[in-house]
Design a protein around this ligand. Structure first.
Ligand SMILES: C[S@@+](CC[C@H](N)C(=O)[O-])C[C@H]1O[C@@H](n2cnc3c(N)ncnc32)[C@H](O)[C@@H]1O
Ligand code: SF4
Length: 404
């Protein structure tokens, strides 16, 4: 999935169930669907996503049968609700054949009530891009493609272990733009040995395609990756912070506003699927390792799927719920952190009223943390919004931790 994974607070405490029948939420939030495709041509050394090197081929038939079984079992939990956005993420969904994506979208349409103008995003890797494939995906209903470009510099792409070079990245952008109106480009910065001017060149190259949306991530060394075991020399914190400022300034000059920690968009081009995560909307996650968050009138629940692709495929078709792990009801005490962890990633934050709308908890439950955040200058002075101040935006982790 674009690095924009739903952010789930790691609360190990046992959750309290609300009293049965108690109504907490006046209305249910918008509903999104996330579909996880867990295979890649090969594993990148920096990546901690639930992605696995595909063998000879992707087991498309078994995967689609397991997805259908996963979705069917979830249907009673979303009965009667419309789905606003779909995100087919990975891994590398563009490893799926045109026919498989067509069957997948037909299956979703037959089971779900999709909004007529639902945003349907598919993540693609330039190394797997073929002109015909993107056009066929679009004909099946995909209307947004998110491309993992990472860099336009062959030296850096090689250091990142990518399967594509800069020319293939450029070709893939052209193909995606011919296929769909909405294209996102993922880039990473603060790469091994990268200079500020190389970072600038990457961002300028991406902007030159006139794209409506960029996701710009600082490379992080994630536990249990090859880079964590054999760390490459990365730009130091000051250099990385300078690159972050540079990236924001360049995007701003091109008319792309930094609306979230890593997301930049033209007016009207924000990723609706991701914004729904950050606004604490609902999402059903299907496929191996997918997370979900669903609201009911009296409670908010989270769950996850078995991570290993083979185990998930076997469990899902048993139709006995064994493909689900970690199902839990959020306790009232979970809500401040769960909500703020997401909402504060948005530069403009959210209206204060959204807290009660989405959690069922009174705003007063935030008072103590808000006071501390104000005292430290980390929170906006506007009482109608839950929003980081300039200072809070720079020290977001510290601000979010106040709501724990
Ligand atoms: C699931 S991947 C994208 C799709 C496709 N698999 C690809 O790599 O082209 C999501 C994005 O997360 C970002 N990402 C992955 N690992 C990262 C890391 N360790 N640090 C920063 N960004 C990372 C990359 O920009 C990547 O495009
Ligand atoms: S192609 Fe994307 S999902 Fe797959 S290993 Fe590389 S970064 Fe991770």
């Amino acid at each position: 999935m674009s690095r924009v994974i739903p952010i789930v607070a790691d609360t190990a405490s046992p959750s309290k169930q609300p009293s049965p029948g108690m109504t907490l939420l006046e209305a249910l939030p918008p509903l999104s669907l996330y579909v996880h495709v867990p295979w890649c041509v090969r594993k990148c050394p920096y990546c901690d996503f639930n992605s696995h090197q595909a063998g000879e081929s992707v087991p498309e038939d078994r995967y689609l049968a397991a997805l259908a079984a996963d979705l069917e079992q979830a249907l009673p939990r979303i009965w009667g609700r419309q789905v606003h956005t779909v995100f087919i993420g990975g891994g590398t969904p563009s490893l799926l054949s045109e026919g498989a994506v067509d069957r997948l979208l037909a299956m979703l349409r037959s089971y779900l009530s999709l909004w007529p103008d639902a945003e349907i995003t598919l993540e693609a890797n330039p190394g797997t891009a073929e002109a015909g494939r993107f056009l066929a995906y679009a004909a099946s209903g995909v209307n947004r493609i998110s491309l993992g470009i990472q860099s336009f510099n062959d030296k850096h792409l090689a250091a990142l272990g990518r399967i594509h070079d800069a020319r293939q990245a450029r070709d893939a952008i052209g193909m995606a733009q011919r296929a769909v109106a909405r294209v996102n480009l993922d880039l990473m910065f603060a790469l091994p040995g990268q200079t500020a001017s190389e970072c600038e060149e990457d961002v300028r190259s991406a902007l030159a395609f006139g794209t409506e949306h960029l996701s710009l991530y600082q490379l992080t060394l994630e536990p249990n990756t090859v880079f964590a075991k054999y760390p490459p020399a990365l730009p130091d914190d000051d250099a990385a912070a300078q690159m972050q400022d540079l990236v924001e300034a360049l995007a701003g000059q091109a008319g792309l506003e930094r609306y979230e920690v890593s997301a930049y968009a033209r007016r009207g081009a924000r990723a609706r699927h991701n914004v729904n995560y950050w606004e604490f909307g609902d999402y059903l996650g299907i496929g191996p390792g997918a997370h979900g968050k669903l609201s009911f009138p009296d409670r908010v629940e989270r769950d996850a799927r078995v991570r290993n692709p083979e185990s998930w495929m076997q469990a899902a078709v048993q139709r006995d719920g064994s493909h689900i792990t970690d199902a839990r009801v959020l306790a009232p005490s979970d809500m401040p952190f769960e909500f703020m962890l997401n909402a504060l990633r948005l530069r403009q934050g959210v209206p204060s009223s959204l807290y009660t709308e989405r959690t069922g908890e009174p705003l007063a439950t935030l008072t103590r943390a808000l006071r501390r955040a104000h005292d430290r200058g980390l929170f906006s002075a506007d009482p109608t919004r839950l929003q980081a101040s300039e200072q809070g935006w720079r020290f977001l982790n510290e601000l979010q931790a106040l709501f724990l």
